[in-house]
Design a protein around this ligand. Structure first.
Ligand SMILES: *Cc1c(COP(=O)(O)O)cnc(C)c1O
Length: 409
């Protein structure tokens, strides 16, 4: 290996975030580089969920007045500093897909003259485009795609709202939030930022960038657990502009008045829909308690250092095996390494998983390795690279068992 084990151990000794790893329950013998798909489990989650089960058993319906009902806003306030938002600007609710639908309807409902189109991004995680198309079918708005790599400024005519990811899920490429937000606003349109691959991966300054609307999930970098509720951000100046279209009782101004007609709540709770899972919120809250102690600048520095270390350890292997390293340069990188081998990518990932090194694979040919600075040490990264080297040098990926496709990849 081009980098010595001693040198990475020294880095671990100097790492200001090193202690966080002890707060996560990671299985023995696993090197987990897939925290960008499903984050690891905080040790505190088990107790938190257990306590909520006890509360359900002992308090029954009284639990709703003991923290369950307020969870979307309480957790939103815990999350707000992690993404550069203020108290009262974030709701933890539903999933990204539904939250995009709500924001599309909320923004288009404000009706700007001559602007009907929704622009979503070619090459983005598909649900963002699918739900924009679904919204347009029911509302009659026009849906368009920004071609992958296209110049945004040239596609904003007649556009009311743009849906963009801050970090692309495939390539890991990071957009400049401040300049893109300004560009869209200067064209008279609105932008919904999707933070699925940036929240918990790098520092975000929604307020500082002038962002008005954003969504993101908590089960990836934020360790909320499988199916953990997503979040929705609306700047405080823009929370009183009409209905969101999924107008359910929890978003009503007085949900327990049981009035016949809908009146939206005056604050961020307007973006709720219906009853949420107290158990899911308990696990996520345990994680957000940890996240509220994280220095996001230190997190960013460690994330970039880890992804660079992995690539440095393997650059000769990439050359000899014709693996294309498409990881963006540091200033344009999320928190992942992206490698392309259209012939063997799938099998290489499977061979690594068999060795306990968990990354993931996305068509066509893309191997993704996510670097979660709270759960990984530099030595883990070095060890994962060592396994990768052995899989390639021994030709392990050629074994036919690694070429069989499972349902979830
Ligand atoms: C993971 C991800 C989603 C997931 O959407 P859900 O509705 O929460 O399942 C959406 N958008 C992007 C960009 C993602 O990476």
């Amino acid at each position: 290996m081009p980098v010595s084990l001693d040198s990475v151990r020294e880095r671990d000794r100097q790492d200001p975030l090193a202690d966080f790893k002890s707060h996560f329950a990671l299985p023995e013998g696993v090197l987990y580089l897939d925290g960008n798909s499903l984050g690891a489990q905080p040790k505190a989650a088990k107790q938190a969920v257990g306590e909520t089960l006890d509360q359900w058993r002992d308090q029954l319906i009284k639990g709703w007045n003991q923290g369950w009902f307020d969870a979307p806003e309480r957790l939103g306030n815990l999350l707000a500093p992690v993404i550069g938002a203020q108290r009262g600007e974030v709701s933890v609710t539903d999933n990204i897909t539904l939250n995009i639908f709500k924001l599309l309807g909320y923004i288009l409902g404000q009706g700007k003259e001559g602007r009907q189109a929704v622009l979503s991004e070619g090459g983005n995680f598909p649900t963002d485009g699918y739900i924009a198309q679904g919204y347009c079918r029911v509302s009659g708005a026009e849906h368009r795609f920004l071609p992958e790599g296209g110049n945004l400024a040239e596609h904003l005519d007649g556009v009311a709202v743009v849906v963009l990811s801050q970090v692309n899920y495939r390539t890991g490429k990071l957009r400049d939030m401040a300049t893109t937000t300004k560009l869209v606003h200067d064209h008279g349109a609105e932008i919904i930022w999707d933070l699925a691959h940036s929240a918990g991966a790098l520092p975000i300054d929604l307020n500082g960038c002038g962002a008005r609307y954003a969504v993101g999930c908590t089960y990836k970098y934020l360790n909320g657990g499988p199916g953990a509720p997503a979040f929705l951000y609306v700047h405080s100046d823009h929370q009183d502009k009409g209905w969101q279209p999924l107008s359910g009782w929890h978003g009503h101004a007085s949900p327990f008045a049981f009035e016949a007609d809908y009146t939206p709540a005056g604050d961020i709770s307007r973006f709720r829909t219906g009853t949420h899972s107290a158990l899911a919120y308990a696990a996520l809250e345990a994680s957000l308690d940890l996240w509220s102690e994280v220095d996001m600048q230190a997190l960013r520095a460690k994330s970039l250092a880890m992804s660079d270390l992995f690539r440095e350890c393997l650059s000769d292997i990439f050359t000899t095996h014709h693996i294309d390293d498409i990881t963006p340069s540091a200033s344009e990188r999320g928190s992942q390494v992206s490698l392309v081998d259209s012939q063997n990518g799938y099998a290489i990932v499977q061979a690594l998983i068999a060795r306990g090194v968990i990354g993931d694979y996305r068509e066509p040919g893309l191997m993704r390795f996510g670097f979660t600075p709270l759960c990984l040490s530099f030595e883990d990264v070095w060890q994962a690279a060592q396994h990768f080297r052995e899989v390639m040098e021994n030709g392990e990926y050629q074994d036919p068992q690694f070429h069989v496709r499972g349902a979830v990849t």
